[in-house]
Design a protein around this ligand. Structure first.
Ligand code: SAM
Length: 291
């Protein structure tokens, strides 16, 4: 369905030219100017009317404008590139009281504190065309928040296609299945919504991108995030080896056999054959042994 909602603001290309926003590779800048596409991503985060959206990296504001035009109650936009702030201020003026610009590094932000500070009510979602260089790091941070369920009720995020496939991977998709898939599968139900070709961006990246939706599980399997990260790192760090061998790299575990036995996993299995529930069981036994 095409539902292009324009605003009275100037076209994005004009905004970029007027503010001299030449894309910087070091900041992972690939901008979206296509209103069909920004509208489609915004609608994936809908219904927006009651929602506050946290957007990472608004840049010149293509997706920001779509989110506001499609009715988001409020957008809190975190941008590291100061060059974009004047363009974003114009959007804030066009949507009084609805765009909160937070200059700074999205990796360094305490999100629950920011939300408490802003006194946000109603559902909160994270929606972003993420800078590719820090996308997985940001996602890992949002997936390992405590307490759980987290402050957001959904994430709609753009990644490189290859990263998107790793996020939604399960043991039957062996090549893609790894630490990220276990972490995402443990705490969220994740799916790829649609692909976006390189030509949709300015400048075009070399690879296809995908928009991923992640919905937090209300009751994920009991498991400690740090222990889960440790066991998946050890297991997938040597993914071709059997677990009885690869798990020897776990700090303090000379013999992984009792750990595997307690978790009900055959010692001859390899990491890519163990599902999320198996890794959670392994993390619980590891945690119990390490204290
Ligand atoms: N949302 C815009 C769009 O779709 O056209 C821009 C997306 S661009 C892929 C990524 C954006 O993230 C850029 O605006 C970049 O400056 C910003 N960015 C990069 N690193 C950041 C960081 N650590 N914290 C906040 N924003 C960052």
């Amino acid at each position: 369905m095409n539902d292009v909602r324009s605003d009275n603001l100037p076209p994005l290309r004009e905004v970029v030219a007027r503010h001299g926003l030449m894309a910087k590779k070091s900041l992972g800048q690939n901008f979206l100017f296509d209103l069909n596409l920004t509208g489609r991503i915004a609608r994936a985060g809908g219904p927006l009317e009651e929602a506050t959206i946290i957007e990472i990296g608004p840049g010149p504001g293509g997706l920001t404008r779509a989110l506001l035009a499609h009715g988001a109650k409020k957008v809190i936009a975190v941008e590291r590139d100061d060059r974009c702030l004047a363009a974003l201020a114009e959007i804030a003026e066009a949507y009084p009281g609805r765009l909160d610009i937070v200059p700074g590094d999205a990796l360094a932000l305490d999100y629950p504190a920011l939300i408490a500070e802003r006194g946000v009510s109603g559902p909160i979602r994270i929606c972003a065309n993420l800078p590719y260089n820090i996308g997985t790091q940001l996602l890992a941070g949002w997936l390992t928040l405590d307490p759980w369920p987290p402050f957001y009720d959904r994430m709609v995020l753009m990644f490189q296609r290859e990263v998107a496939e790793r996020i939604v991977a399960t043991p039957d998709k062996r090549a893609d299945y790894g630490r990220l898939g276990v972490l995402a599968g443990w705490r969220c139900a994740a799916r790829i919504l649609f692909d976006v070709p390189p030509a949709a961006f300015t400048p075009p990246p070399k690879i296809t991108s995908s928009v991923v939706e992640l919905r937090p599980r209300q009751e994920p399997l009991p498991c400690d995030a740090k222990a889960l990260e440790a066991v998946t790192q050890a297991a997938f760090g040597q993914r071709r080896k059997m677990l009885r061998q690869s798990l020897k790299s776990l700090p303090g575990i000379a013999d992984p056999a009792p750990l595997l036995d307690e978790a009900g996993i055959e010692p001859t299995r390899r990491a890519e054959e163990v599902d999320v529930a198996g890794f959670c069981a392994l993390a619980r036994s590891y945690r119990a042994r390490r204290g």
